[in-house]
Design a protein around this ligand. Structure first.
Ligand code: PGA
Length: 254
């Protein structure tokens, strides 16, 4: 946690979810009660096909929606792609950029991620910029160097706490059931915080939310969310079921 910073818990549904998942989304919205709404922002990033219906059915609940990726351009001849403006048009207010699965499967570079984060700001979406080391990089002692390089390369100039969220997601922790120790998370988040103050300015950098992601579940959420500079979670597998996701969110119930 960072004093004075409102946490964000975000669900990344990845390529999971059909129309039937609207039930899970409405169960999540239904459990996002006033005490939680006072405490945190709650977000689901479903597949693009579900952004509009979930946004529509969540009106009045406070539950936010977002995309999992966007193209850097606003429109044009880019078959199969989706612009940040389209996500906003569908009711989204956030977009994840630079997730390690995009970086690996679609060969996205830091420069491409930065252009997508720019696009998010242009469309008035909050960009959730993901960074994180692979297992080999961790074993080689390169974690901080890798994360800091990704951060520097992926964040556009002129971002602030209202336009940017950073998610630290060790690649080896995603979907594996493995997590770094609280001390390891603290070390990386402290480095990200220090760099953010240089990249976006001292005042804004102190307020940018830094999420932890990678095998967050109800049983480990309390420990991970209590770490200094951890301002919420980016949750994959455990965000697909309302019971699991809200079990994580419950950490923020006072
Ligand atoms: P996981 O995924 O929670 O299933 O590990 C996290 C993510 O990839 O954002």
């Amino acid at each position: 946690m960072t004093p004075g910073v409102r946490p964000l818990v975000a669900g990344n549904w990845k390529m999971n979810g059909m129309r039937g998942s609207l039930h899970e989304a409405s169960a999540i919205a239904g459990q996002y009660d006033w005490s939680l709404r006072r405490a945190i922002d709650l977000l689901i990033c479903p597949p693009a096909t579900l952004i509009a219906p979930i946004s529509r059915q969540s009106i009045g609940s406070g539950l936010l929606t977002g995309g999992q990726d966007c193209h850097a351009a606003a429109s044009g001849a880019h078959t199969g792609d989706l612009s940040a403006e389209m996500i906003a048009d569908a009711g989204g207010s956030f977009v994840i950029v630079g997730h390690s699965e995009r970086r690996a499967d679609h060969k996205e570079t830091d420069a491409m991620v930065r252009a997508k984060a720019e696009a998010a700001r242009r469309a008035r979406l909050v960009a959730i910029v993901c960074v994180g080391e692979t297992q080999a990089e961790r074993e080689a002692g390169k974690t901080l160097a890798v994360v800091r390089k990704q951060l520097k390369g992926s964040i556009p100039e002129g971002m602030n706490a209202a336009t940017l969220v950073v998610a630290y997601e060790p690649v080896w922790a995603i979907g594996s059931g493995l997590t770094p120790t609280a001390a390891d998370v603290a070390e990386v988040h402290a480095a990200i915080r220090a760099d953010l103050k240089k990249l976006v300015g001292k005042e804004e950098g102190a307020k940018v939310r830094i999420l932890y992601g990678g095998s967050v579940k109800p049983s480990n959420a309390a420990e991970l969310m209590a770490v200094e500079n951890v301002d919420g979670a980016l949750v994959g597998g455990a965000s697909l079921k309302a019971a699991d996701f809200m079990g994580i969110v419950a950490v923020y119930r006072k």
